[in-house]
Design a binder for this molecule. Structure first.
Ligand SMILES: Cc1ncc(COP(=O)(O)O)c(C=O)c1O
Length: 146
């Protein structure tokens, strides 16, 4: 018998069906009660000044490129192992994605990252692959060089 290996398993509890029903009844899938609740929760947890949910990771990346004013002539450093949206968001902005090799955790290699920073580098997109955190101490120090 074949065993199915899930990419991810959604966390469901006894309230899940009740909440999904509420969303369906509200007929507001992207800007309703639960969206506001999530934003409030993230704002509280992260102490961020503003929190705005997007309908997908792809649109969040595209919006980030736009808000950072990234475009033609700019370079954005991205991990060589990631979802296509990472590179696509950079290309859509008109900038050039520059791939940086990944380390043994499949995260952007912070040692190799430094060598790829150029005068054209405008941003670094990091991906905490599979939830395993990147070397943020080093990356935040490198950020100051941009
Ligand atoms: C690293 C990474 N970035 C972006 C995305 C795109 O997210 P979404 O499917 O919500 O657009 C994915 C999706 O799997 C992803 O794994």
């Amino acid at each position: 018998m074949k065993k199915k290996i899930y990419f991810n398993v959604p966390h469901l509890n006894k309230n899940s069906k009740i909440f999904i029903k509420k969303v369906l009844e509200e007929k507001s899938f992207t800007d309703g009660y639960f969206q506001k609740k999530c934003e409030q929760f993230i704002k509280y947890k992260t102490k961020a000044k503003f929190v705005s949910l997007t309908h997908s990771g792809t649109s969040a990346l595209e919006i980030a490129m736009f808000l950072l004013n990234i475009g033609k002539g700019d370079e954005v450093l991205i991990p060589s192992y990631t979802f296509t949206s990472t590179a696509n968001s950079v290309i859509m902005s008109g900038a050039k994605p520059v791939f940086v090799d990944v380390d043994k955790n499949l995260n952007i290699d912070s040692e190799k990252l430094e060598k790829k920073i150029s005068k054209k580098t405008k941003a670094i997109i990091i991906v905490h692959y599979g939830g395993f955190p990147c070397d943020m101490d080093k990356i935040l120090k490198l950020k100051k060089k941009i």
